[in-house]
Ligand binder design. Structure first.
Ligand SMILES: [Zn+2]
Length: 240
């Protein structure tokens, strides 16, 4: 099922990927066209909005967060402004400023993950299942400095087999898959990305990744098609 809606923040595509994962992605407008939508955001989100020096970035932030709230509100049966978010302790260091986000109000089993890159955003939601989503814009990249620490040996071999003009894009595709996995596992920025092999040869792959305090060590990782020039990946525990 695909439905397309056009709102104040640009285009949102609603797409059911797996049976159990709901994904919405879109492109935020470059300026706030209805300033009162800031009322949808929490006090903390409004503080972050105000702290942006660049009005373009502020508008993109507000667009993504507002649309994520609207998606979750529809699933939870509440108003978008009623939702409160918290963070689990980071699986790597225990801090709560960058751990896996969760919905603290209303009480719910629903889990979610949100990613932004420039004006683009993607939000995934699942009923009672961990989920991680990541989105990156394809851009030129110095692979010689970044690939060694981010790619596994198998991924580096895969990249060597890709025509040189497509390598930066393929690297970014691998990266989004890793980020989706580490976001689902809750370890975030401390993860040793080079230890995770996301099997880029398969669109949908089973990936091994262990994080402290996480009961799952095998993840189902899938590429999503969202917008041209973007790579998006989603990860959920692999149950079978
Ligand atoms: Zn941490």
């Amino acid at each position: 099922m695909n439905t397309m809606t056009t709102g104040a923040f640009g285009t949102a595509v609603l797409d059911t990927v797996h049976d159990e994962v709901i994904v919405r992605s879109g492109r935020s407008n470059d300026r706030l066209v209805e300033p009162d939508v800031l009322d949808i955001l929490s006090a903390e989100e409004r503080k972050r909005f105000i702290a942006f020096r660049n009005p373009l970035r502020a508008a993109h932030f507000a667009g993504a967060h507002t649309e994520a709230r609207r998606l979750l509100a529809g699933l939870l049966g509440c108003g978008p402004a009623e939702i409160r978010f918290g963070r689990h302790p980071c699986a790597g260091c225990g801090r709560t400023d960058h751990g896996r986000p969760y919905i603290s109000r209303p009480r719910t089993r629903w889990e979610f993950s949100l990613s932004r890159s420039g004006p683009y955003w993607v939000c995934a939601a699942t009923d009672g299942v961990r989920v991680g989503v990541d989105l990156e814009q394809v851009r030129p990249m110095d692979l010689s400095s970044r690939a060694p620490s981010i790619l596994s040996s198998g991924e580096r071999r895969h990249l060597d087999g890709v025509p040189v003009e497509f390598r930066a894009a393929e690297f970014i595709r691998c990266w989004t898959r890793k980020e989706a996995v580490v976001k689902a596992s809750g370890i975030g920025i401390e993860a040793a990305l080079g230890d995770i092999d996301v099997r880029p040869g398969q669109t949908r792959a089973r990936v091994i990744h262990r994080a402290p305090g996480c009961a799952f060590d095998t993840w189902s990782v899938t590429d999503l098609r969202t917008h041209p020039g973007l790579y998006t990946a989603i990860a959920v525990p692999a149950f079978s």
